[in-house]
Write a protein that binds this ligand. Structure first.
Ligand code: BGC
Length: 715
């Protein structure tokens, strides 16, 4: 094949040579019923034991597509005794506000996929956190379209830098798990939202990420949007995604999310996954009967083949069974974890701990003696050696709460070599308090397990953890809480403890990163990518829409129904509209527990000299490290749009991480995202700026923007 030609030309050449059967074969996967017959994947030589498989064509030199879930590392490894690195949660990554870290994150996933024989990643979750109790909040990148788009776009860029195809999901508005599927396997909930609000929130996140990462695939979601199945929506798939966003790759359905042949094909769905119920012989007959034009089938094939050429999976076919380098992966995971953790409270400068001065530390709770928590569902990475809390052979079950071998106790001991350090599991509050009472410092680890398929019924920490923290804090004035949570949680004890660290699900290097931060060998540079509400009642939906107590079992337990509703229901996203997260809080004049963009550091910073370009393309601001040690501040730039926008909230429009030595100042120029300065014109169907005065603000969080400047859009 002539590699001098463009991916477009090469794809078209192949399509000219495909038979109708070959064209059909390329637009659906091989179902699990077939893959599982006679054992997992038995009989299909080049199936690589991932979540999906699309056969290739030996005749034309087109390899099979082997897809693996890989949101935070590669899933399903244990089946093949394969190792893969568990990275921090995507929400943690987003909280680093670091596009380079995101690219490194993606490149590591891409490299390990390739080494394991996969040529496509399915990760790239970017559903905005409208519902922070969504069981997949840890897989997604927070509540802001710009930060989420920059994070996921760069992850995809990283994946594809390894000649592995990337995808982005779940398109669109699949912002909760409750009712994502109904009892019959079709959509359970219908997201109701105005087009302008959708374009300025969830769709904008996709638009920004697609513009940065150019993913090969977009996965459409299980739910309905404004009454139409997301995988059957001409508006979402063809008009918005393919025409307005100029997406060149292909749309695949979420697993089991295709529900028709003609309607889905004409709406713009390009591939049924994982099987062939609608896009196998049914599609062939529909094409033969003229119900789906051949040109539409050719377009589906073109999109798949062009993406394969563009990502390099045809020129650089995977040669499976290289050995993943666990040490390199762990180092990257640790470095990213260090940037992702957020210091939420540090009264009296309890942190950093003085490694040589501290005499005794009580380490309490959340299995901190053996490991760190990971997120479940299809994003679950299998831990090396099995779940450290309940070691047993095989891969962990879907409902299992899985801990990875990265033990905070061990690394705290390595730092404070002279201190007496003891562990208490935290299950017996009286015993935990007794240990805390006789220790100089008490570090209480708390957790909030999350997984695909079910939401958390509330933002409260599960089990007895609030009582545990309160009881320990009542006895020990130097209590530090470490949160291992998938998303935000409420903290009734917030004023009673001296220190609070949000560690997220920190990945295989998590405990090392945490210990480095606790002892001040590294500084906290993470800033919240999601608002922490004070109570569930502050949310647009105080209770998760459609969730009834009958749908979940125990608070921490798994739902036998996987939150499937008994009948379909609407979720009214117009309650918040485009005001997701901090925008909602501002417009409703609510004070959160911790605002979006917030995070402390061991040093302090001052902002000055904000200037904005006359055309609003960039802002310049000076950041000074006013403290005594080096650190990295995130400069956050927000905008208030002219009155004509009708908006009563600010939007994030740009940001930059600024590394500063003690006393150092830097003036940085931060590009402002044009889409984030625009509104969706319901008449013209484009994003456009509003006439009038824009106020640009800069500072250290959504609730601390002391500097203001303006620019005017005259026409
Ligand atoms: C999930 C997707 C996942 C797919 C394949 C679905 O249930 O929603 O995110 O990629 O399964 O495992």
């Amino acid at each position: 094949m002539d590699t001098a030609q463009s991916p477009d030309q090469r794809a078209k050449l192949v399509i000219d040579q495909l038979t109708l059967d070959e064209k059909i074969q390329l637009v659906h996967g091989v179902g699990w019923d077939v893959l599982m017959k006679g054992g997992h994947g038995a009989g299909i030589a080049d199936y690589n034991f991932g979540a999906g498989y699309v056969p290739g064509s030996k005749r034309l030199g087109i390899p099979a597509i082997n897809l693996a879930d890989s949101a935070v590392g590669i899933a399903l490894g244990a089946i093949q005794s394969r190792y893969s690195t568990l990275l921090p949660s995507v929400l943690g990554l987003a909280s680093s506000w670091d596009p380079e870290a995101a690219e490194r994150y993606g490149a590591l996933i891409g490299l390990e996929l390739r080494e394991q024989g996969f040529n496509m990643s399915i990760g790239g979750g970017i559903n905005l956190a409208r519902e922070p109790r969504d069981g997949r909040t840890f897989e997604f990148s927070g509540e802001d379209p710009l930060l989420a788009g920059a994070t996921v776009g760069n992850v995809i860029k990283g994946v594809q830098s390894q000649n592995v195809m990337g995808d982005i999901k779940h398109y669109a508005l699949n912002d909760q798990e409750t009712g994502r599927m109904g009892p019959g396997g079709t959509a359970g909930f219908n997201a109701v939202i105005d087009r302008r609000a959708a374009h300025e929130s969830d769709l904008l996140a996709f638009q920004i990420a697609i513009g940065i990462g150019h993913p090969s695939g977009v996965m459409c979601s299980y739910n309905r949007v404004n009454g139409v199945d997301a995988c059957e929506s001409p508006w979402l798939l063809t008009q918005v995604l393919k025409k307005e966003f100029r997406f060149k790759g292909w749309v695949m359905s979420d697993w089991g999310g295709t529900h028709s042949t003609v309607a889905a094909a004409l709406a713009g769905l390009d591939m049924e996954m994982p099987g062939d119920k609608y896009f196998g012989s049914a599609l062939k007959h529909a094409v033969q009967a003229g119900k789906v034009p051949m040109s539409r089938l050719d377009d589906m094939d073109y999109r798949v083949l062009r993406s394969m050429f563009a990502a390099g999976v045809i020129d650089h076919p995977v040669v499976p069974r290289a050995v993943v380098n666990p040490f390199a992966g762990r180092r990257s995971a640790e470095r990213i974890a260090e940037k992702s953790m957020v210091l939420l409270r540090n009264e009296g400068g309890v942190l950093p701990l003085n490694a040589s001065g501290v005499r005794s530390i009580a380490v309490i709770g959340s299995h901190a003696d053996v490991g760190v928590l990971s997120g479940g569902g299809s994003a679950q990475v299998d831990p090396p050696g099995g779940n450290v809390t309940t070691p047993k052979p095989g891969r962990p079950g879907w409902n299992e709460v899985v801990y990875f071998p990265s033990a905070a106790l061990e690394y705290i001991r390595q730092h404070a070599t002279h201190a007496h350090i003891a562990f208490n599991a935290g299950t017996d509050v009286v015993a935990a308090v007794a240990l805390a009472r006789k220790s100089q410092i008490a570090i209480v680890f708390v957790n909030q397990p999350m997984r695909e398929g079910m939401d958390r019924p509330s933002l409260g920490l599960p089990g007895n953890q609030d009582a545990l923290v309160s009881a320990v804090a009542a006895e020990n004035p130097h209590t530090v809480v470490v949160l291992e949570t998938g998303g935000p949680v409420t903290m009734p004890w917030v004023d009673k403890v001296q220190g609070i660290v949000e560690a997220w699900y920190p990945g295989i290097g998590g405990a090392q990163a945490l210990a480095n931060l606790l002892f001040g060998n590294a500084d906290f540079s993470g800033r919240l990518a999601i608002t922490f509400p004070r109570t569930d009642s502050q949310l647009p939906h105080p209770q998760i829409a459609g969730l009834t107590p009958a749908m979940y079992g125990t608070e921490t337990g798994a739902s036998p129904l996987s939150h499937k509703p008994f009948k379909e229901f609407d979720v009214d996203y117009n309650v918040a509209g485009a005001r997701v997260g901090y925008k909602w809080f501002e417009s409703k004049n609510l004070t959160p527990l911790f605002p979006f963009g917030y995070g402390l550091s061991y040093t302090s910073y001052a902002f000055s000299g904000l200037k904005v370009a006359a055309d609003g393309s960039a802002a310049r601001v000076t950041v000074k490290n006013t403290g005594l040690r080096a650190g990295t501040e995130v400069a956050e730039v927000y905008a208030r749009l002219p009155k004509a926008s009708g908006e009563d909230y600010q939007r994030l429009v740009g940001f930059d991480r600024v590394a500063l030595a003690a006393g150092e100042s830097k003036t940085v120029t931060i590009p402002l995202n044009d889409l984030c300065l625009s509104i969706w014109s319901t008449q013209k169907h484009v994003m456009e700026r509003v006439r009038g005065t824009y106020t640009i603000m800069a500072g250290s969080s959504s609730s601390s923007t002391p500097l203001k400047a303006t620019f005017v859009v005259a026409r």
